[in-house]
Design a protein around this ligand. Structure first.
Ligand SMILES: Cc1cc2nc3c(=O)[nH]c(=O)nc-3n(C[C@H](O)[C@H](O)[C@H](O)COP(=O)(O)OP(=O)(O)OC[C@H]3O[C@@H](n4cnc5c(N)ncnc54)[C@H](O)[C@@H]3O)c2cc1C
Length: 359
């Protein structure tokens, strides 16, 4: 993954090569095992138990993407509900994560996003999407498992925000069960977060705010250029970092009426959040603040935060190898950067190994 050329080639060739059994085996024993917990939930649970020994929880993430058809959508919904029941008996699985695209047709979401009028058949389809997310969130609330609703590409994000808002209003009355995701690489999201918080206060529910920088930057920029509209992405990394840290600060200042989930591998952002918690006298294990990194990334951040007593959970995807490929491709492309967190983590590991060899 440290070689951008090889990673690009791998991303291009993988869907075709997956037809060959040996290649599937190769993927499984390398990138899949690094970033995923297992093909079935029981395997992922073994990984979760290892993390639990170090005070780290997991967010069970049924990582299957790209399935289509009403039958597949119903089956994915059922899997999310089964995952909730599985998590309910295990206190080291406080969350599950949900992707709306796992049970809603992309083209429908795009039309819904644009506010175009839907045909009667599409209206029915939309109703089924609402029923599916409601079933999942209701199961979460009834089984004391929190639900993180992932953020997606900006051209389908409006329905995701609408559904998340509807669910937070319904289930976040006394306690926070549902979190929406705010991508701070978008220049409009800090304001959107604040507006959502105000609306939540007016409508008397507790906001669940999962903050991330955002995973689709190149795709977003390319589409904006191709279709000649202003890119929703910040002009540079510094602006993205500034908004992310300001969003964390805003949430920490308003913990009486929201719950915060900090999804980042960025050491500086984690350090800043930890310092601000200390400054505000917020308990490290307050159930209003969670830190999270993806499984297979930034263990140096996760393990240090957990050993200091903060709430830490790793995003742990599971599912059949072929079905989690889109997730793995995103991880591969974001980890090619030499300046990225993974290269930094690798250099720390090498340094530590050398230190131990000298002992
Ligand atoms: C627990 C968890 C859950 C996540 N859930 C989601 C989700 O639901 N939806 C989603 O989209 N992503 C999600 N992500 C991925 C996340 O959005 C980032 O892609 C990833 O974490 C890298 O950002 P960072 O803060 O960890 O690290 P950093 O290395 O500090 O930041 C890298 C990120 O900065 C941004 N960036 C880089 N260069 C520029 C630039 N020139 N201009 C503007 N911005 C720039 C990009 O977002 C890039 O991914 C999740 C990540 C975690 C850890």
């Amino acid at each position: 993954m440290a070689s951008p050329g090889l990673t690009k080639l791998g991303i291009k060739m993988t869907p075709t090569l997956l037809k060959f059994k040996f290649f599937k085996g190769l993927i499984k024993s390398t990138i899949y095992n690094h970033f995923c917990g297992g093909e079935i939930i029981q395997d992922a649970d073994l990984t979760a138990k290892k993390l639990q020994r170090h005070g780290i929880g997991v967010i069970m993430d049924y990582g299957v993407e790209g399935l289509v058809g009403e039958e597949a959508f119903d089956s994915t919904t059922q899997t999310f509900i089964e995952t909730i029941h599985f998590a309910q008996k295990r206190d080291y699985i406080p969350f599950i994560s949900v992707k709306i695209t796992g049970f809603a047709r992309h083209k429908l979401l795009q039309k819904w996003h644009l506010g175009k009028s839907l045909t009667p058949k599409e209206q029915e389809e939309k109703k089924r999407v609402i029923e599916r997310i409601n079933k999942i969130c209701e199961a979460g609330a009834n089984n004391n498992t929190k639900i993180l609703i992932d953020a997606e590409e900006s051209w389908i994000q409006k329905p995701v925000d609408e559904l998340a808002f509807m669910m937070m209003k319904r289930y976040n009355q006394e306690k926070v069960f549902i979190y929406n995701t705010y991508q701070l690489y978008r220049h409009d999201r800090l304001e959107f977060l604040k507006a959502n918080h105000t609306q939540a206060q007016e409508q008397k529910f507790i906001l669940g705010a999962k903050l991330v920088r955002g995973a689709y930057m190149e795709k977003e920029r390319a589409r904006a250029e191709e279709e000649s509209y202003e890119s929703p992405i910040q002009t540079d990394k510094a602006s993205c970092d500034r908004d992310f840290d300001q969003a964390v600060e805003y949430c920490l200042n308003n913990l009486d009426s929201l719950s915060l989930f900090i999804g980042t591998h960025n050491e500086k952002s984690c350090m800043l959040a930890a310092q601000q918690m200390h400054h505000h006298g917020i308990a490290k294990n307050s159930d209003r603040v969670y830190f999270s990194q993806l499984y297979g990334m930034s263990d140096n951040v996760s393990f240090n935060l957990a050993s200091e007593g903060f709430n830490v959970s790793k995003y742990l995807p599971y599912g059949p190898v072929a079905d989690v490929i889109p997730y793995l491709m995103r991880r591969a492309s974001e980890n090619t950067s030499v300046a990225g967190q993974t290269s930094r983590e690798l250099s720390l590991l090498k340094k530590e190994r050398k230190r131990r060899q000298k002992l």
